[in-house]
Design a protein around this ligand. Structure first.
Ligand code: AMP
Length: 308
């Protein structure tokens, strides 16, 4: 089942206790695609401006399995840019600036040859851009979205509309609680599901793993255990979780509860690599053997036998 993603492709500036990175390749769509491409081919729909560096384009092209035919280059526009700073324990961060750039313009168009995509991820972006993309498909694909505090604050009605048109949403615990005003993540997830997506909500809890709240059941996975020494830059962990999750759904060709439960494990494994280096560095030098080895290790850590 072909996988398509839209979201931000941007220029990030990161400050962490482990170091700094200025003007690096980032954006929700870039992280998602880099992770998903480790498991299955992925089609990218997005837009960048005249300031988009050649080097970033090369870096993205170096991922085999990412198709960039849906990337619009707009000479007179500005690329999305974001800056963030992590606090000491790396679990929390603050946004220093967000420059919307191309996000304030007409959304990118899905190329005709991509319209047969059956699995679609609307990575973090303005909900109107996400809605516009989804509505370009005549045959409704299996569609999942992400969101962020900024959009809950400035575009809540549009976000609620988006949620009512997708199959699932992947969001973090703070966002789920902000959206619903519930103080418990499971209750918040259930409430999001009651008011929105057709099938499921995944609530990510950072170093505490993720919960799947589905109309057919509930499942939970821990995070892959990492000690602080291994965490260099958590940026993109959420997007790469989504990349591994959706790539597994696309390659399985199914989207039932049990497939989504397994997809959470693949998302967790991919996210555990992202945080080991700044930006997309770690994903750029990842190979299938390393992914499979870590998946096996994760399965061994989380499997239980009823009879022992
Ligand atoms: P994550 O750490 O998974 O939340 O994703 C971080 C990435 O999301 C960075 O590369 C940013 O460029 C991008 N980003 C930050 N804020 C936004 C936003 N409001 N909308 C879309 N993408 C964003």
């Amino acid at each position: 089942m072909s996988l398509l993603v839209t979201g931000t492709i941007g220029i990030d500036t990161l400050h962490a206790p482990t170091g700094e990175a200025s003007g690096v390749l980032g954006g929700s769509c870039a992280y998602f695609a880099a992770a998903a491409s480790q498991l299955t081919p992925v089609r990218v729909v997005g837009a960048v401006g005249g300031d988009w560096p050649e080097a970033h384009e090369r870096q993205l092209r170096a991922f085999r399995n990412i198709c960039l035919d849906g990337l619009e280059r707009r000479a007179n526009s500005q690329t999305f840019a974001w800056g963030g700073r992590y606090f000491d324990n790396m679990n929390r961060r603050e946004t220093l600036f967000t420059r919307l750039g191309v996000l304030e313009e007409a959304p990118p168009k899905v190329p005709a040859k991509y319209l047969d995509s059956r699995t679609v991820f609307l990575a973090n972006s303005h909900p109107l851009v996400q809605l516009d993309l989804l509505r370009q498909f005549k045959d409704r694909p299996f569609a999942v979205c992400d969101t962020m505090d900024l959009w809950i604050n400035i575009a809540r009605p549009e976000l609620m509309q988006l949620l009512s048109e997708v199959d699932g949403v992947i969001m973090n615990d703070e966002e789920a609680m902000q959206l619903t005003e519930c103080r418990n993540v499971v209750t918040a997830g259930r409430q999001v599901l009651a008011n929105g997506p057709r099938s499921f909500v995944v609530v990510k809890k950072g170093e505490h793993g993720a919960i799947l709240i589905h109309r057919d059941g509930v499942a939970s996975v821990p995070a892959f255990p990492a000690d602080l020494a291994q965490v260099v830059d958590p940026t993109g962990a959420g997007d790469t979780f989504a990349g591994g999750f959706m790539a597994h759904v696309a390659r399985a060709g199914r989207n039932d509860f049990d497939t989504l439960r397994h997809a959470m494990a693949w998302g967790t494994v991919l996210a555990s690599f992202t945080i080991e280096a700044f930006g997309l560095e770690r994903l750029a030098r990842l190979d299938a053997g390393q992914v499979d080895d870590r998946f096996r290790a994760f399965r061994a850590m989380t499997a239980f036998d009823a009879h022992r």
